[in-house]
Design a binder for this molecule. Structure first.
Ligand SMILES: Cc1cc2nc3c(=O)[nH]c(=O)nc-3n(C[C@H](O)[C@H](O)[C@H](O)COP(=O)(O)OP(=O)(O)OC[C@H]3O[C@@H](n4cnc5c(N)ncnc54)[C@H](O)[C@@H]3O)c2cc1C
Length: 392
């Protein structure tokens, strides 16, 4: 049985960010952290890899420069309903940076190791048992004991299932496809392709599936794999309209890809759930706190990388306080989270999600994305982006 002070279960962005923030604000605790990760880096993680400005800003505060990771910069993001809508640009810089998660997570893990924090790869956690004096973590390679545990093992993680087995969760369905940056030649009449669709370095979000009871959108991002230009397509459904009849999730994806000249059946479809944030979610039990998708990602877009990095910053403050006081009840974590800039944006996004995706009429979505552009811009800048400026 191995003894540690802080065990972080999962070496994705939330677990690594928790460790890096602890190293920054409580360096005396850094040597007392161990991260357990079931895979070996670089490991695959299904994700479109869109990094918003908040992710970059949190990394900069950790003195990390994400431009070291292979990436594609997106100059324009289109938010559309049935092919038309509003465009967001950020003069002189990119709006979105697209990375591949195998490369990004391996880079972040390397930076974490360079700061002196131990990461054990290839260890799968099987059970998490908190009791009054410590937490026992059972793995496929023996048991570990720690003063406290951080559950950073993602949407399907074991930590939440062990410590909160009966809590209801809100989960989105997501499908993703990687395709060449141009569709096969002769696949369609070029005159039919919407202007500026290809080769523009732009990203597209189209909310046309909402009236079909798919409470989300279809996306299309530029990306790269080993330096080769590709496009990442996908469909996101919060499941908020799941009590109505819906087409198969791949149908709107196939429809949108066809509009750009691709046949969905030519490509491999991969799926993974995203657990999303709701203010009702429990975020800790005594001796165990959760971060990242283990609590919940942004419900509106399923955007979770900046959010995972932000959870790490807030959790590190809570952990520092708990060691200072010798009290591992984590009673104040939910309040700390709710009051933080991260908690505020998540709550705002949850309200926006429950409104916009349930007002599913075609005329409403048409009005919102095509006619109420200043309103959508205001909401995006005030509540969705730039929250990390206020993150302490
Ligand atoms: C299809 C898809 C597209 C997405 N696109 C975007 C996007 O463009 N932009 C964006 O911001 N977000 C996106 N997301 C969301 C984003 O991927 C997640 O929110 C983010 O990865 C959450 O980080 P995390 O550290 O909480 O969890 P994860 O990244 O899931 O990391 C969890 C880690 O824990 C490890 N682990 C799991 N179980 C165990 C175990 N039992 N023992 C030990 N280790 C374990 C895993 O191997 C993994 O390394 C997307 C998600 C999906 C599914």
């Amino acid at each position: 049985m191995l003894q540690h002070d802080i065990l972080i279960l999962g070496g994705g962005p939330s677990g690594l960010s928790t460790a890096l923030h602890l190293h920054k604000i409580a360096p005396h605790l850094a040597s007392r952290i161990m991260i357990l990760e079931k895979e070996h880096y670089p490991r695959q993680k299904l994700c479109a890899g869109g990094l918003v400005v908040d992710a970059e800003r949190i990394l900069q505060h950790l003195h990390l420069d994400v431009s070291e990771v292979p990436h594609v910069d997106v100059e324009k993001v289109h938010f559309e309903f049935e092919g038309k809508g509003l465009t967001i640009r950020s003069p002189g810089t990119h709006v979105l940076r697209v990375i591949r998660r195998d490369e990004f997570d391996a880079w972040l893990a390397e930076k974490t190791r360079e700061s002196g924090i131990e990461i054990r790869e290839g260890i799968t956690v099987k059970n998490v048992i908190p009791d009054e004096g410590c937490v026992t973590v059972e793995t496929d390679q023996g048991d570990f004991r720690a003063q406290m545990v951080v559950g950073a093992d993602g949407s399907n993680g074991i930590t939440r299932r062990c410590v909160l087995p009966n809590e209801p969760v809100c989960t989105a369905r997501v499908l993703e496809v990687l395709a060449p940056s141009l569709p096969p030649p002769n696949s369609l009449n070029l005159g039919e392709v919407p202007a500026g669709r290809w080769g523009s370095g732009a990203a597209f979000f189209d909310f046309f599936p909402i009236p079909q009871n798919i409470a989300g959108y279809v996306w299309d991002f530029p990306t790269q794999i080993n330096g080769e230009s590709m496009r990442c397509w996908g469909v996101y459904d919060t499941n908020l309209l799941s009590y109505n009849a819906r087409p198969a999730l791949k149908e709107p994806l196939a429809q949108e890809m066809k509009r750009a000249g691709y046949e969905l059946s030519d490509y491999e479809i991969q799926g993974y759930p995203i657990r999303w944030y709701s203010p009702q979610n429990t975020v800790s039990v005594p001796r165990v706190i959760l971060v990242g998708d283990a609590i919940g990602a942004d419900p509106f877009f399923g955007e979770g990388i900046s959010i995972a990095l932000g959870y790490g910053a807030v959790a590190a403050q809570e952990i520092r306080e708990s060691f200072r006081r010798g009290d591992f009840s984590f009673r104040g974590y939910k309040r700390r989270l709710a009051r933080s800039a991260l908690g505020q944006t998540l709550t705002a996004r949850w309200i926006i999600t429950t409104m916009i995706y349930t007002l599913k009429w075609r005329w409403f979505q048409f009005l919102l994305w095509r006619l109420l552009k200043p309103f959508v811009h205001f909401v995006a800048w005030a509540f969705v982006l730039n929250w990390s400026r206020r993150l302490k």
